[in-house]
Design a protein around this ligand. Structure first.
Ligand code: G6Q
Length: 547
């Protein structure tokens, strides 16, 4: 068994017990008071690493808190867990797999051995093929079946084979080839397919079928519809498929069975989890959009954060600190959620991407050893870009009854400088974090001449924690750092809870049940239904009304 055996159950650890006692201090004080006591607080609790700046001063913490959280990390064997991952040990125990997304961005020439093979060399061989292919598409050298160059790229995939590519395309659109169109089809709802293809010429369209298993219902259904659409548009010649379909998968036999030449397949490996795969061949659409050089910069950004995570002492380790703060709020303050608030329009899909990364990873109810956990695990991640969110759900964060730690993400420079926009945007980041932390007292509200009857409505209690992450400007490299930061933040949390952050058995049951229901919705004769009475009724109702 490669995993470190932990000395004691989580709630029995000395640091855990001490944290429970220490937590009580924060009932007697608040952020305003903590800032008042220490004028240096705003600079003291900050960290500049791997090109990112983190201000974590507006958190419920003192030196003792950090000391105890760091002891918890030590007592939980975090250092060993990190080393095991980077060594390629099979830390995904329920699937008996290594977890090596860090190998996807390890520089050429370095070595990571899995089962006697150097996986870094394999990664770079695929990257080089991807780069050649991307170049041939972008340069117009690759021609479609009727001789036209490819102008439209459609990625068909779902979950980890979709969210990363969509997020990265949106995030890096500034760097993308504006003469090309990029679309992403994921949902089995035909509307997704129809709307993505309705205005495109099949002769100029390339489909990337992205599926690790090549057995996913949604992706295969969409891929078949894509093939029909293509053949219909190009006169039915089956040879067109070779020029308009490529696959990204670990499953060559299934790719071939679909009719895609495996010469046009880009592989990856079982040690890359779906939600950790945007920097593998699953990123082919990203590479075509931004070009190979930018893609390599993205990988370099990931790697810089990997090195920081692997080597920095925990007290100066950004993903470790963020992970520990999440544990602190989740388990000691009863926080149910974390809000991700990017003040960068290009990061509009980043919260959705992080939802899968965080919740599929840490939404677990048993430990690595299969025992029921004794504390809450993965918090709910959600969010929207600012300033838009300020005009909708921020009300609840400021004045509601829930406790919601927030991560603000912003950049010193805009990719689209225009008049005063960027100063206005950043002023809102700083102001929101300030308002959350320090609020507005009844006296302050009264001093503005507010009628007494309105005072309670206009008071902001404050004392709401947040982190602010700042970087210079959104580049491919910065995006890589940000994604890796959250990957390792998730890892840290999972290691403390002692859960497997790398399996996802929870998605299976619904899939299996749907397979049973499909023929019952489609059969021409009345099916024998033996589900629960609600499901039976819903199936009958649908059958009656669908015609
Ligand atoms: C991610 C999950 C899941 C997966 C999709 C698509 O970690 O495993 O979201 O990515 O179910 O799977 P395929 O890539 O195999 O089609």
């Amino acid at each position: 068994m490669p995993m470190t055996s932990l000395s004691s159950p989580l709630i029995e650890r000395t640091s855990w017990k001490k944290l429970l006692i220490h937590r009580k201090i924060f009932d007697q004080t608040n952020l305003k008071e903590l800032f008042h006591q220490d004028p240096e607080r705003g600079t003291k609790w900050t960290l500049q690493s791997a090109g990112l700046f983190l201000d974590y001063s507006k958190n419920h913490l003192t030196e003792e808190t950090i000391k105890l959280l760091l002891s918890l990390a030590d007592e939980s064997g975090l250092r060993d867990r990190i080393d095991e991952m980077f060594r390629g040990e099979r830390i995904n125990t329920s699937e008996n797999r290594s977890v090596l997304h860090v190998a996807l961005r390890t520089p050429k020439g370095e070595k990571i051995m899995v089962d006697g093979e150097d996986v870094v060399a394999q990664v770079h061989a695929v990257l080089e093929r991807m780069a050649r292919f991307s170049h041939s598409i972008r340069s117009g050298e690759w021609r479609g079946h009727s001789g036209k160059p490819i102008k439209n790229i459609i990625n068909i995939g779902i979950g980890g084979s979709d969210l990363g590519p969509v997020m990265a395309y949106e995030a890096l659109r500034h760097y993308s080839d504006r003469f090309m169109t990029f679309r992403f089809i994921s949902n089995v709802d035909a509307t997704d397919f129809v709307e993505a293809t309705r205005d495109l010429d099949p002769a100029e369209t390339l489909f990337i079928v992205a599926s690790k298993t090549f057995g996913t219902l949604e992706t295969l259904t969409n891929a078949h519809s894509a093939r029909d659409w293509l053949l219909q548009g190009l006169g039915g010649d089956q040879r067109a498929v070779a020029k308009h379909f490529v696959a990204v998968s670990t499953n060559a036999p299934k790719v071939a069975a679909f009719g895609i030449d495996t010469a046009n397949m880009f592989g990856f490996w079982d040690w890359v989890g779906g939600r950790y795969s945007m920097d593998s061949a699953i990123g082919l659409s990203t590479m075509i959009a931004i070009g190979a050089d930018h893609f390599y910069q993205l990988l370099a950004g990931f790697h810089e954060m990997d090195e920081h995570f692997k080597n920095a002492p925990f007290e100066a380790n950004m993903p470790v600190l963020l992970g520990l703060l999440s544990i602190w709020y989740n388990n000691f303050f009863g926080a149910q959620t974390v809000a991700i608030l990017p003040y960068e329009q290009y990061l509009k899909r980043f919260p959705a991407y992080l939802q899968q990364l965080t919740m599929e990873s840490n939404g677990k109810h048993v430990t690595l050893h299969g025992e029921e956990v004794t504390v809450n695990t993965g918090p709910i991640y959600w969010g929207e870009p600012g300033t838009n969110g300020q005009h909708s759900f921020y009300q609840l964060i400021h004045q509601g009854t829930r406790f919601i730690p927030c991560d603000f993400i912003a950049f010193y420079k805009s990719l689209n400088p225009l008049g005063t926009h960027h100063d206005l945007l950043l002023s809102n980041v700083f102001a929101q974090a300030q308002a959350l932390a320090f609020g507005k007292t009844a006296q302050e509200v009264q001093a503005e001449g507010t009628p007494t009857s309105l005072l309670p409505h206009r008071v902001f209690k404050g004392n709401r924690p947040s982190n602010i992450l700042l970087a210079d400007v959104l580049t491919p490299s910065t995006l890589g750092k940000l994604v890796a930061l959250y990957e390792h933040n998730v890892f840290t949390q999972g290691a403390i809870w002692g859960i497997n952050s790398f399996d996802q058995w929870g998605v299976e049951l619904g899939k299996v049940l749907a397979q049973k229901i499909i023929p019952q919705l489609q059969s021409s004769s009345e099916p024998m239904l033996n589900h629960d009475s609600s499901t039976n009724h819903l199936i009958s109702l649908y059958r009656k009304n669908k015609i």
